[in-house]
Unconditional design. Structure first.
Length: 410
């Protein structure tokens, strides 16, 4: 008697918060390296969990295209579908551009970010981090996620791009709403779009030494709408995953004895903790996506033209076919998928910016709050309800109260 075919897995629910590693193992055991899933509204897709299969998908941009117009489900998608900010329709951003035009846009963004002075970037990150720590250091307790990690990257990026500092809090709210993919997702996307449009207009009228002005100077052949869309992608990709990288790394160091030295002046293990997080607890869990340009086979599955394939970055990072000893990966092994792979991977200059912000943010916490400790049982920590990004809802800590440094805001 033939065993029944397992039902597709809903890409939602509390298990993405509480036990994603176990969930991915179950998906792989029941369905294999390519798992059928359903999105909000029972929309079908494939989640690619196999390391080799994900390498194949991300390495073949012709067969597995970034062109969302190929999707065979568009007729089922309403205008208020909450995942539209994550799976764009007719979105003129770098995410959905292919071929030579995509490579030109990568060059524009990379050049604009490469011109950021590394010492200036670290100086911004340190000063903004110190300002945020000044706001909590005298209290002796804080939520290091909500009071710090969730506020730091966007403040640094806003300064690099050309935003006024006071715009940061509203940008944080809009980005979080958009990325979580719930009822406020469309409103968050609208606020971010209007903010980017206004910044673009301001910099066209009065260029400055910032990322937006450099993109406008470079942007031969790109419309204002395209540049604004790319800025939205850069802000979303640069803020939330970096904030979660900080939070997830601090959680690891506060709960794992291997990293205890970091809490008492050691610094070598900060980089190791950050790298282990990219393997074991990566901020970007799943990414939408790729679309099959023709019928094909992948991981023993029949993929039809126009099918959506979601990139299961965390699932691939923990694939037992490549992680045969199940040991934690630290040190210099960076063969993870946390920054993607192939021609649509995160541009290297953007990775460097994120790493400087995250590492500086962690080091400032350890310098300013040297006896920091977790204020709640580790098992009580919870994650945000998102299958896309994995970050803590809060990270309560306690420490000896210390005076604020003060100083002149940057």
């Amino acid at each position: 008697m033939t065993a029944p075919t397992p039902a597709p897995v809903p890409l939602s629910g509390p298990r993405f918060q509480t036990e994603p590693a176990r969930l991915y193992r179950e998906m792989r055991r029941e369905h294999g390296a390519v798992t059928p899933v359903v999105l909000d509204g029972d929309v079908p897709a494939w989640l690619v969990l196999g390391y080799r299969e994900l390498h194949q998908v991300t390495g073949d941009p012709v067969l597995f295209s970034r062109d969302s117009d190929l999707w065979n489900q568009w007729e089922r998608i309403p205008d208020d579908w909450p995942l539209l900010p994550m799976i764009g329709r007719k979105q003129p951003s770098i995410l959905y551009t292919v071929g030579e035009r995509h490579r030109d846009r990568v060059g524009m963004i990379s050049d604009a970010l490469e011109a950021v002075d590394p010492s200036e970037l670290r100086s911004y990150a340190e000063k903004f981090a110190d300002e945020l720590i000044d706001g909590i250091c005298a209290k002796g307790e804080a939520d290091i996620v909500g009071d710090y990690a969730m506020l730091l990257p966007v403040r640094v990026l806003a300064r690099l791009y050309g935003f006024a500092d006071e715009q940061g809090p509203d940008l944080v709210t809009a980005l979080n709403d958009m990325i979580d993919g719930r009822e406020r997702a469309i409103a968050g996307q609208t606020h971010l779009a209007s903010s980017m449009g206004q910044l673009l207009a301001d910099r066209k009228a009065a260029p400055a030494d910032d990322v937006v002005s450099r993109m406008l100077t470079h942007a031969t052949g790109f419309s204002d709408v395209e540049i604004a869309q790319d800025l939205m992608v850069m802000m979303a990709a640069g803020h939330q995953p970096t904030a979660d990288w900080i939070g997830n790394s601090l959680r690891l160091m506060l709960t794992d004895d291997r990293f205890a030295a970091s809490l008492f002046g050691g610094r070598n293990s900060v980089a190791e903790a950050m790298n282990e997080v990219l393997w074991e607890d990566t901020p970007t869990q799943n990414v939408a996506g790729r679309w099959a340009s023709r019928d094909t086979q992948l991981g023993g599955r029949r993929i039809r033209t126009g099918d959506l394939l979601l990139l299961g970055l965390q699932g691939a990072n923990s694939d037992p076919q490549v992680r045969t000893d199940h040991s934690a990966l630290t040190g210099g092994n960076n063969a993870h998928f946390s920054f993607g792979h192939g021609e649509h991977r995160c541009p290297f200059p953007a990775q460097e910016v994120a790493e400087v912000i995250a590492r500086t943010g962690i080091e400032v916490v350890l310098d300013r709050l040297p006896d920091i400790d977790l204020a709640v049982p580790a098992e009580s920590l919870t994650r945000r309800p998102s299958p896309w990004l994995r970050g803590l809802t809060e990270l309560p800590v306690r420490f000896s109260p210390t005076p604020a440094l003060g100083g002149t805001p940057v």
